[in-house]
Structures are given as structure tokens and as C-alpha cells.
Design a protein around this ligand. Structure first.
Ligand SMILES: Nc1nc2c(ncn2[C@@H]2O[C@H](COP(=O)(O)OP(=O)(O)OP(=O)(O)O)[C@@H](O)[C@H]2O)c(=O)[nH]1
Ligand SMILES: [Mg+2]
Length: 475
């Protein structure tokens, strides 16, 4: 189905200009906004510019067992759909294995407590002590210490640490004094992601008594009271005693760790919310897996959509090139036909009748005009062709390349729309054309970067003009 050859073979002899465009383009790519990446993206279908859609997050609703189970079945449905559309998809075994694990997770008994905070705040010490507290050891608790926050790069970056915290049920966040900005930000992120967190003000002994109270007060204000104070490994203190005979005896004494507030608070939380915490964590994992499955599914669907869009874009280009009609509205209509809407809809498992497809195509065409996209891209294409390299623009070239470009934007927008539409379908909404203008505009903007456009124009010119054929000299 893919068109391999330039579909129009004329005799316009513009290969010199093409060569110019080629060498001129190389230098543009080097300095361009995205550099080589964008050029690759154009060649490879532009998907590189599209980030994976972030999955859903826990919201304010209470997560109960039923909603987790519901999430698991939704995820299973997506994985099954993936298996149906790509039997041997490499992600399938891992997705299925993870899904099976999640089913068991809901009945998990032990609670995962993560201990995090900056460097040397006392994470290891607190774990060591908590492990020996009898009242807590009746519940089965598992402690993990994260790498120190605010200190690492790459594997130990804050982002990685935060994503690892997703897997734990409860977070102890340690600090040694009033919160720094970065500490506060991480705490905010944990709050946004609905993590159950307790702030632990450790190393009390390093502060004067009145200062301790002030810091604690300030922390409580910022954390709406959710703070405990500890001294997990206080420094030895000098003890002085005046003996009966009047002499003074001095010695060093090791104070016992002070973790009473912490163990009490932790014990209460676990007793009251243990099951709820497991539910929340499992739901978070379900949503992550769901997003992963969805991304795999979307990515194979995009791969299947690419040849359809490309075929349509070069057909539109050929038509407009051969028969250049300057009217913008005709260009807009040429760019998007009902068949492409149906073909792409088919890939996205959306049953679209011919009538609906015609309606979508019509809406897109008039939107492209209304939003000024046709004019914008025609002008941009003209500019690139004229001012930069090609001294002689073949008749119809602007129209041809513009039609191809608009078709591409239309196709990419449809894909984006169908992806969003499917999320809408899950929630029970039908075909909803109101979303179309916004999607169209976003996708157009993504593709309007100069470097992307230039690479595309170059590709279009190559398609529409014959390659230079070597002249055989007989003699
Ligand atoms: N004065 C005082 N020192 C403490 C307290 N808790 C821990 N320390 C000391 O702080 C230092 C660091 O403690 P760790 O428990 O290793 O801290 P950490 O957060 O695990 O350190 P990293 O893993 O290296 O980031 C050690 O020397 C501890 O003895 C405390 O309450 N008071
Ligand atoms: Mg440590």
C-alpha cells in the first residue's frame, strides 16, 4: 500500500534546487531548535515528539477494594486488546505477569514503610530502632531506606526516588530542622500524589530546648500537625554530680533514643488505616500498569496509522500539485477525506459510519480554515520554498506540499483525538466533536516548528519532483 516512488514524474529539472535545499537544510538542522531529532521525527512519523500520555492519578475519592478490582479488570481488558491486535507483542508477558501479581497484592498483609529524607538525617538509624520496637513488630512491617534526597543524579535523582516511593504504603520523611525549600517541594509532591506521609523532626538533641519548640511549631503549621519529634541517636551528655564530700564528679552518659511520639503515631496509623494504605498502593500500581498497557497499545496503533496517513498525504499532494487551485477552502477539503477518517477509526476500534466520517472530515476542513491553519501553512511553505533555496518554484508546488502537510496534521490530530476519545468512551461518552478544535490546534502547533516544517517541505519536494536521472552519453 505504501507509495515508494515519487508519484509525479514531470520534467521540471529542479534537481539543482533540490540539491541546494539539501545542503542548505543540513546547516539548518545543525542549528535548529531540535536539531537532528526533529528531522528524524519527520522521517519516522513524528511520534518521537509525542510524549507518552501520563496515566491517571489517585484522586480524592476513597479507594476501596471494589474500585481496585475494577481498575484491574480495565487493565486486563486493555492487555487483552493488545494481545488481539498484536499477538506477539514483546510487552505482553511482562504486562500479564504484573497483572497477576496485582491480584494478590490486595490481600497483602505486611505494610511497606519507606524512610526518606536528605543526606545523613538519620534514616538508617530510625529503621534500626523501629525494627526493635515490640508494639510495632506485631504488625508485619517492612522498612526500606531510599537513597538520600537532594544529593544524587541519574539513578539516584529525586525523581527516581519519588517514583520508587510509589510502591510503599507509608512514607516517613526525615528532617533535622525547619524545612528547606526543596524538602517542602518533595513533601508537596507526595501530598499531591496522595501518599500517606509522616514528617519526622529528628536530631532534637542538636537544638536548644526553646529552639526545638519553635521549629516543631513551625513544622506543624506547614504540615497541618502531621509531625513528630525524635532523637534516634542523641549525642552523649556530660553529667555532673556533687558528692557528699563536696567533690564534683563528672562523666559522659548516653541518653536513650527518644522515639516515643513516632512509635505512637505510627502504631495508630497502622492500626486504623493499614488496609486502606494497601488499597491505595495497589491502586497506584494498577494505574501505572494500565498506563503502560495503554501506551503499548497506542504505539502499535500509531505504527499502523503512519502508512495510511502517508499514503493520503501524498495523494492529496499529487492532486493539488497537478491541479493547483489557489482557493484555500479547496485545499482544506483536499487534505482530509472521509475514507482516512474511517481507516484510522478502524485502527482505533471506533465504529464510524460513512456519514459520521464525512461529518468529521467536513468539520476538520472548516476548522483548518477557521483556525487559519491553511493560510499559515501555505505561507510557511511558500516562505521556505522561495526565500531559502528554491529559486524557481514549480507551479503547484506550494499547493501540493501544503496539501500534504495539512493532511498529515489532520491525520495526526485524528489519532490524538481517537486516543483521547477512547478514554472518553470508557467513561461512557460517545463521539464528541467538541474536542476536535483543541486537538487540531495543539497538533498543528507541535508540527509547526520551523525545522520540522522545513524537513517536511524537503520531503514533499522530493516526492513531487523526479529524481535527477543520469544522462547516458553514448559515443
Ligand atoms: N545528634 C544526633 N545524631 C544522630 C541522630 N540520629 C542519627 N544521628 C547520627 O547521624 C549520622 C547519620 O545517621 P544515619 O542513620 O546513617 O543517617 P542516614 O540518613 O541513613 O544517612 P545516609 O544514608 O548516608 O544519607 C550518624 O552519625 C548518626 O549517629 C540524633 O537523633 N541525634
Ligand atoms: Mg543510611
Amino acid at each position: 500500500m505504501k507509495l515508494h516512488k515519487p508519484i509525479l514524474v514531470g520534467g521540471l529539472g529542479l534537481s539543482f534546487s533540490l540539491w541546494m535545499l539539501d545542503s542548505w537544510h543540513d546547516s539548518i538542522v545543525q542549528v535548529g531548535e531540535f536539531g537532528l531529532l526533529s528531522a528524524l521525527a519527520v522521517g519516522g512519523g513524528l511520534w518521537l515528539l509525542q510524549k507518552n500520555r501520563p496515566g491517571e492519578q489517585l484522586n480524592d475519592r476513597v479507594v476501596d477494594r471494589a474500585s481496585v478490582e475494577n481498575g484491574i479488570s480495565q487493565t486486563e481488558a486493555i492487555i487483552n486488546q493488545l494481545a488481539q491486535e498484536a499477538v506477539n507483542h514483546p510487552a505482553l508477558p511482562s504486562l500479564r505477569e504484573q497483572l497477576a501479581k496485582l491480584r494478590l497484592e490486595l490481600d497483602r498483609r505486611e505494610i511497606q514503610v519507606a524512610v526518606t529524607g536528605g543526606k545523613s538525617v538519620g534514616k538508617s538509624t530510625v529503621i534500626q530502632i523501629l525494627k526493635n520496637v515490640e508494639t510495632l513488630s506485631t504488625t508485619s512491617l517492612q522498612y526500606t531506606e531510599t537513597a538520600p534526597l537532594f544529593a544524587g543524579l541519574g539513578e539516584n535523582s529525586d525523581a527516581v526516588i519519588l517514583s520508587e516511593l510509589q510502591k510503599s504504603d507509608f512514607v516517613l520523611f526525615l528532617t533535622n530542622g525547619d524545612l528547606t525549600d526543596s524538602e517542602f517541594q518533595v513533601l508537596q509532591q507526595l501530598k499531591t500524589a496522595k501518599h500517606s506521609t509522616l514528617l519526622v523532626f529528628n536530631k532534637q538533641d542538636q537544638h536548644q530546648v526553646d529552639e526545638r519548640a519553635t521549629v516543631l511549631q513551625s513544622l506543624k503549621q506547614r504540615m497541618s500537625g502531621n509531625v513528630v519529634a525524635t532523637a534516634t541517636s542523641p549525642l552523649p551528655v556530660k553529667v555532673r554530680k556533687i558528692q557528699a564530700d563536696g567533690t564534683v564528679k563528672e562523666w559522659m552518659e548516653q541518653p536513650a533514643p527518644d522515639i516515643q511520639q513516632l512509635t505512637q503515631q505510627l502504631g495508630e496509623v497502622l492500626a486504623q488505616q493499614g488496609q486502606q494504605l494497601v488499597c491505595n498502593t495497589t491502586m497506584r500500581k494498577v494505574l501505572l500498569l494500565k498506563a503502560e498497557a495503554k501506551n503499548s497499545l497506542n504505539s502499535i496503533r500509531r505504527d499502523r496509522s503512519t502508512p495510511i496517513i502517508e499514503q493520503n498525504q501524498w495523494i492529496a499532494a499529487a492532486a493539488a500539485f497537478a491541479n493547483p487551485i489557489p482557493a484555500l477552502d479547496i485545499l482544506a477539503t483536499a487534505a482530509i477525506n472521509a475514507q482516512m477518517v474511517m481507516d484510522l477509526g478502524n485502527i482505533y476500534q471506533q465504529k464510524i459510519s460513512l456519514e459520521q466520517a464525512q461529518q468529521v472530515a467536513g468539520t476538520m476542513g472548516s476548522l483548518m480554515l477557521k483556525l487559519g491553519l491553511v493560510e499559515l501553512s501555505t505561507r510557511a511553505v511558500t516562505g521556505i520554498l522561495k526565500t531559502n533555496a528554491i529559486t524557481f518554484v514549480a507551479g503547484g508546488m506550494v499547493e501540493g506540499v501544503s496539501a500534504a502537510y495539512l493532511t498529515r496534521v489532520a491525520g495526526l490530530s485524528l489519532i490524538e483525538y481517537f486516543e483521547q476519545q477512547e478514554i472518553a468512551l470508557e467513561t461512557g461518552n460517545g463521539l464528541n466533536l467538541e474536542k476536535l478544535p483543541q486537538v487540531l490546534q495543539t497538533v498543528f502547533q507541535q508540527n509547526q516548528k520551523l525545522v520540522v516544517l522545513e524537513a517536511f517541505v524537503k520531503q514533499g519536494v522530493k516526492r513531487l519532483l523526479p529524481e535527477a536521472k543520469p544522462v547516458e552519453v553514448v559515443g
